[in-house]
Design a binder for this molecule. Structure first.
Ligand code: ADP
Ligand code: MG
Length: 335
């Protein structure tokens, strides 16, 4: 478990303290995929670099499995850092070393593994990230997705319990992003690794994360299970991210709602409710007529969800609302 207790961080620039992270409380559970989403400059990288003490906090306590890592000696810190792997947007591979040498590098650096251990581990990792046939290539001979897979294998070399990913898919095209995210999800599931994943895209969070923190100007402004935060965002920054990921133009949506008649509801279906033919039966039973203003069906990790914005006219609106409620559909009155 990773616990932030009033952790804050300021950088000193030309003698002045510039706050990058305001006092923050946060708990990341063992084995979860925890997303941190925010615009550029929000403080995401600062926060994640505090987790492995690449940056020391200005104040507050950082507890990992109950131990305050800010009090570690240099030796304890070195051992702790082996338990934390990290991958980066621009991969940070050594260009003069081959794929297998890159993967072996952290093990060699640690100085505690035998040659045979390193060789076995590297071939195991090459297989895990599907790069066995590319072991002797140099980074310049690889595609972006392959480079990030080398980055992942290298991060896993010393068998970490925590994997930090700083914009790990931001330099990749959508298809490659999906394959890297699937690999991370497999690793999380199969190895039980805790993954902290930083991104500026809500879509990345939606696909792999269990919980998410939304950052804005050095503050965590919203935090919770992805299905809660994504489907019912409460902070304006979160709403912007969700709209952006759904390609919704907030201005256009507002104009559409202006034109619509009657009561406007947003219905959220989750899990099995997504597939129930509910609208027709509710319309028949209540006599309410509806038109669909916007809609989307997708997945949050493995859970299907649907979200519909409807305008409803005539009939027995109360009855319709009760029927939605009884079917476990979340109803939000927009107007
Ligand atoms: P993000 O990763 O969300 O883009 P960062 O954590 O990199 O944000 O940066 C947060 C703020 O801290 C920014 O205003 C940035 O300019 C500042 N900052 C980051 N690193 C340093 C540094 N090493 N020295 C001074 N200021 C920094
Ligand atoms: Mg960053």
């Amino acid at each position: 478990m990773i616990v932030f207790d009033q952790v804050h961080k300021s950088y000193t620039v030309a003698g002045r303290a510039i706050p990058a992270l305001h006092p923050t409380d946060m708990t990341i559970k063992t084995g979860e995929v925890f997303g941190i989403v925010g615009h550029s400059g929000a403080g995401k990288s600062t926060l994640v670099r505090l987790i492995n003490l690449l940056e020391p906090p200005t104040g507050g306590r950082i507890l990992i499995d109950g131990e305050d890592i800010t009090r570690y000696s240099a030796n304890e810190l070195r051992a702790f850092r082996r338990k934390v792997g990290m991958i980066f947007q621009h991969f940070n591979l050594l260009s003069s070393k081959t794929v297998q040498e890159n993967i072996a590098f952290p093990m060699k650096l640690a100085g505690i593994y035998s040659k045979a251990e390193i060789r076995d581990r590297v071939s195991e990792l090459l297989a895990r990230v599907s790069l066995t046939d590319h072991a002797d290539k140099y980074p310049s001979q690889l595609s972006g997705g392959q480079k990030q897979r080398v980055g992942i294998a290298r991060a896993l070399a010393c068998r970490p319990t925590i994997l930090l990913c700083d914009e790990a898919t931001s330099a990749l095209d959508p298809q490659t992003t999906q394959s890297v995210l699937s690999l991370l999800a497999d690793i999380n599931r199969e190895l039980g690794l805790t993954i902290v994943l930083i991104t500026h895209e809500m879509d990345v969070v939606r696909r792999v994360c269990d919980r998410v923190a939304v950052m804005d100007a050095g503050n965590v402004v919203e935090m919770g299970p992805v299905s809660e935060v994504f489907l019912h965002p409460s902070h304006p920054t979160t709403r912007d991210f969700v709209f952006e990921s759904e390609n919704v133009d907030a201005g256009e949506l507002a104009a559409d709602l202006q034109k619509a008649n009657g009561r406007i509801l947003r219905l959220t279906f989750k899990g099995d409710a997504t597939y129930q033919p509910l609208l027709g039966s509710v319309a028949r039973a209540s006599g309410v007529d509806f038109s669909i203003l916007s809609g989307r069906i997708d997945h949050i990790k493995d859970i299907p969800y649907g979200q519909l914005t409807l305008s409803l006219v005539g009939g027995d609106l109360d009855l319709a609302m009760k029927a939605f409620d009884a079917a476990d559909v979340h109803v939000e009155v927009v107007r």
